[in-house]
Design a binder for this molecule. Structure first.
Ligand code: ADP
Length: 539
């Protein structure tokens, strides 16, 4: 016997229908290459998604076919999200910051049939076009037909192409386990791997993410996703907007331009913005230099890497915002844990202790289970002290990578590659990534803790710590600092600054200054490149 409730399929189409019926007039503001400030409503977007679906049909796109996008955050990209997925095909978002060889690899690996791209990525695609065996058509996201002149027969423009189709589409009944979106990890080691989300996984993820103790999103919110729509579906925000019914502000290619972001936040009434710390760092500098207070922006969602303490303090104390620090991965759609302080237990804590708690990656949302294990696979207690490899499972965690039967989860758990501790309250704190761990004299040194401590210095904008081979201790930490803004810090200054903030034996053996710390395509410090650069280093 089974329960007596309806077998209702959890699909993105249901989110679209809800948005269309219940939240049709919610505004979507976008910056694109051909519009300074484009304004439309959710209802307009869904009508044009129907035109996209009709266009795909005319190209004989079938259920499960992959359709690629190389695009920034704007209304057209959102139309593609819904138009492609709800017609039964898979919307494959590609990160244009990847190396062209990786873009080439990814498109062929996914066998994409059509590529939709922004004007500024024409050269990138042209450079690899001859090697893209599966692609039948390249459609440039613009109303300017002149951009495709001389590009070849396979090239056309979006507005021209969709204009001839009806704004109605007979949306198919999909199974909730059908695939709908595909996103490749950034591939800091080896080739990128594809994570193919199902309708069900994204619907459940959206429901979990809008909840009060997650992103806390409701009808009166206005969201600015600074996280790009090519990175884990902009953390799911385009779905949250239609489900919760809020206004969206999409900054196009200006997602890392603090002047534009600050103006959009003020002029459009943004209440919640979401992105990685690198962008918030740029914004903080801009706000400080121009003495701007963003009074309407109440919630700042931060993830992707740990929030540096000085930035946390600035936005919390000087800008009066609630910082929603989240941890997740492409493989987790991405939401895993969120840090919200619990008033009953923690509000009475000493300020510094409470602040340390806030800096942690937080508690799992319902739907995500965490497990910590040591290298022998034995469970590690949640005591806030002993660290272990972090495993996760849940309905929006990857089971298998796309096209990669050789990579498998073990015993139903996904190994995140993160090393962490979990305290007795259930708050998880990342102490390292397994491949970044430094082992000194048989003990682990947390590069993340040293980096965070160093980045709380006002003259340090970015700090990375890597392990260097050592004749006596196997490995010792090397501290690499970018762009010291004030006086050059001496080794002695740094030792004084770090003393008391990290264990004595973690003190870096040497410090190197670089002009730029290399970053990955998703805005994380590229430790692999740093290790290559300092391969021959000796103390
Ligand atoms: P990639 O780095 O391949 O682009 P993701 O964007 O999925 O992959 O990044 C996932 C990783 O980013 C996590 O495993 C973790 O190491 C790191 N990460 C994500 N959020 C946080 C956070 N809030 N604090 C610290 N590290 C984080």
């Amino acid at each position: 016997m089974i329960g007596s409730m309806m077998n209702y399929q959890l699909t993105l189409t249901s989110i679209m229908q809800h948005g269309k019926q219940i939240n049709p007039n919610k505004e979507v503001v976008s910056i694109t290459s051909d519009h300074d400030h484009h304004r439309c409503t959710l209802s307009d977007i869904f009508e044009r998604s129907a035109q996209v679906a009709n266009l795909l049909k005319s190209h004989n796109i079938e259920k499960g076919d992959r359709i690629a996008t190389l695009a920034w955050n704007d209304f057209r990209h959102m139309e593609l999200y819904y138009g492609i997925s709800c017609s039964g095909a898979v919307c494959h978002t590609i990160n244009p910051r990847l190396h062209p060889d990786q873009v080439n690899f990814i498109i062929n690996d996914a066998s994409d049939k059509i590529v939709f791209l922004d004007v500024m990525f024409i050269d990138l695609v042209k450079a690899v076009e001859a090697e893209l065996t599966s692609v039948k058509r390249f459609i440039v996201l613009t109303s300017d037909v002149s951009v495709v002149e001389h590009l070849g027969e396979k090239w056309s423009t979006y507005e021209d192409d969709i204009s001839i189709y009806s704004k109605e589409h007979d949306w198919p009944e999909l199974n909730e386990n059908d695939p709908c979106q595909l996103c490749y990890t950034s591939g800091t080691t080896g080739n990128p791997k594809g994570v193919q989300y199902s309708h069900r996984s994204l619907v459940l993820h959206t429901m979990a993410a809008i909840a009060p103790d997650a992103f806390s999103i409701g009808k009166n919110d206005c969201i600015l996703p600074v996280v790009p729509m090519f990175h884990v579906n902009a953390w799911g925000i385009p779905y949250m907007a239609a489900m919760a019914g809020c206004k969206l502000v999409l900054a196009g290619s200006k997602v890392a331009d603090p002047t534009v972001l600050s103006r959009l936040i003020q002029n459009e009434g943004v209440t919640l913005a979401a992105g990685v710390p690198t962008v918030w760092n740029l914004l903080a500098q801009h706000l400080q230099e121009n003495d701007i207070s963003l009074t309407g922006l109440k919630k700042l969602v931060v993830g992707g890497t740990a929030m540096p303490p000085h930035l946390y303090r600035y936005f919390q104390n000087d800008q009066n915002m609630a910082i929603i620090h989240a941890w997740g991965m492409t493989e987790m759609s991405p939401l895993g844990t969120i840090n919200h302080i619990q008033a009953d237990e923690m509000q009475a804590w000493d300020d510094e202790v409470l602040f340390e708690q806030k800096l942690k990656q937080g508690m799992p949302v319902y739907g995500i289970e965490l497990k910590l294990v040591n290298d022998d696979g034995q469970e590690v207690p949640w005591d806030g002290k002993e660290s272990g490899n972090l495993l996760v499972r849940g309905p929006w965690v990857v089971d298998k990578y796309f096209n990669r039967p050789d990579v498998e989860n073990k015993n139903g758990w996904f190994d995140t590659g993160d090393v962490s501790v979990i305290d007795q309250y259930g708050y998880m704190k990342i102490t390292d990534r397994s491949k970044d761990v430094i082992k000194s004299g048989g003990e682990w040194i947390s590069s993340v803790d040293i980096e965070n401590a160093m980045m709380s210095h006002p003259d340090v904008s970015l700090a990375a710590v890597i392990g260097i081979e050592h004749h006596k201790w196997d490995e010792r930490p090397l501290l690499i600092i970018e762009n010291h803004r004030g006086e050059a810090l001496s080794h002695e200054d740094i030792v004084t600054f770090l003393t008391g903030k990290i264990a004595k034996w973690w003190m870096p053996d040497a410090i190197e200054y670089v002009e730029h710390i290399p970053m990955t395509a998703t805005g994380k410090m590229h430790k692999l490149k740093l290790r290559e650069k300092f391969e021959q280093y000796s103390f």
